[in-house]
Design a binder for this molecule. Structure first.
Ligand SMILES: [Zn+2]
Ligand SMILES: [Zn+2]
Ligand SMILES: [Zn+2]
Length: 382
């Protein structure tokens, strides 16, 4: 895999790269600084910022262009490579096309980064800039028109907030994050189908809640569904269902609701014959009672859901009695990971725990192991 780290001045990208080199057999790979380097990047690096890195013994892995670098890694993608030389959109375009590349951004509060900058200056007996000078340099680095790096951070698949107070705590947090996990490069089947269910949910027109569903047989999608009023009727979000458009509490007046649930639409679309005996239903929300009896009747063998709902226990009872397997799967969330909140868990104990599980369950656990989101998922009740 090739990991690209981008981030502001003293955000910690070099520290993370060094950790990966020391602890996870990554090799550092570089782009040589040429005339093509944006002026603003030069102004950041040519400032009296002493390098935190040792002199590169890995000069063999320095390339003139991003294409050269990519050609080299393409032949060796099963080895682990890391670069911090992510400078412009064009390079990111090129790199993100490849399935072995992961872009990670690293950021930290400006006051924290200024303190790190000062510490590094002090260690090298240099006069640090004032906070104002540092802020101006930082603004140019991140926000200069067309060359500012801030826009690149938004393209990162994983965004790290590194306000950790020491290198040791940074290392602990990074260890928990398990950056070498290649499952980040390619989703597991559970993750893939749950993301399809989330995509279907975006087509929902019901005012109460976005729900999406996918029915899969032998790893092939046979139907999808989302919730809303039946065909030919006014969409729920255009006033089609009076019940959904008033402020009724979740679960109230369900008998007057005109909306079909995502699961019902997916079941109707697939039909009992195509569902057969080995179908799995993925839904971003745990099915309600009336859906769960229909799911049971058509012969779905397993239901995988992401978020809980009001009647999970009753649904679970119905499935348990009728022999439908029910399990929760939460895909790794995109977005910001605050490393200072990334609580350590013992990865060795975790690995032993996982090794006794079946392949599918192992995939699930690997994915759970990804990140702790800064904002916990709040389930919205319909
Ligand atoms: Zn509705
Ligand atoms: Zn309704
Ligand atoms: Zn339902």
């Amino acid at each position: 895999m090739l990991l690209g780290l981008c981030g502001g001045i003293c955000a910690g990208k070099s520290s993370i790269a060094s950790y990966l080199v020391d602890e996870h057999r990554f090799k550092r790979i570089r782009l040589s600084r040429t005339a093509a380097t944006p002026a603003v990047e030069k102004s950041a690096s040519n400032a009296s910022l002493p390098s935190a890195e040792p002199s590169p013994a890995d000069a063999n892995y320095t390339f003139a262009t991003v294409d050269d670098l990519l050609d080299f890694v393409t032949l060796r993608w099963r080895e682990r490579w890391v670069t911090t030389d992510i400078w412009d959109d064009k390079a990111v375009d090129t790199l993100l096309r490849r399935p072995f590349f992961l872009l990670v951004s690293v950021d930290a509060p400006v006051s924290v980064r200024w303190q790190r900058f000062k510490d590094r200056c002090a260690a090298n007996k240099l006069t640090p800039p004032s906070l104002e000078e540092f802020v101006l340099r930082n603004d140019a680095h991140l926000f200069a028109p067309s060359t500012g790096l801030q826009a690149l951070f938004g393209r990162a698949q994983l965004k790290l907030l590194n306000s950790t107070v020491s290198i040791a705590s940074l290392h602990t947090a990074i260890k928990v994050l398990d950056l070498p996990n290649e499952a980040r490069l390619r989703p597991s089947w559970d993750q893939y189908f749950m993301q399809l269910a989330d995509l279907a949910a975006h087509r929902c027109n019901c005012m109460k809640r976005r729900v999406g569903c996918v029915i899969v047989r032998e790893k092939r999608v046979i139907s999808t569904g989302y919730n809303g009023t039946p065909r030919g009727m006014t969409n729920c979000n255009e006033g089609g269902c009076p019940r959904c458009n008033n402020a009724a509490k979740g679960g109230a007046d369900l008998s007057t609701c005109l909306c079909l649930h995502a699961e019902e639409n997916a079941l109707l679309e697939a039909g009992r014959d195509r569902i057969g005996e080995k179908s799995i239903l993925y839904c971003n929300t745990c099915p309600c009672l009336t859906c769960s009896v229909k799911i049971t009747q058509v012969g779905i063998s397993e239901v995988v859901y992401n978020q809980g709902y009001l009647v999970d226990t009753k649904t679970a009872e119905i499935f348990a009695e009728s022999g439908v397997r029910l399990r929760q799967f939460s895909p790794p969330r995109n977005g910001l990971v605050d490393l200072s909140l990334n609580l350590p868990r013992d990865p060795i104990a975790r690995a032993e725990e996982v090794s006794t599980e079946s392949e599918d369950v192992r995939e699930t656990l690997d994915n759970e192991n990804f990140v702790r989101p800064i904002v916990s998922a709040k389930s919205m009740k319909a």
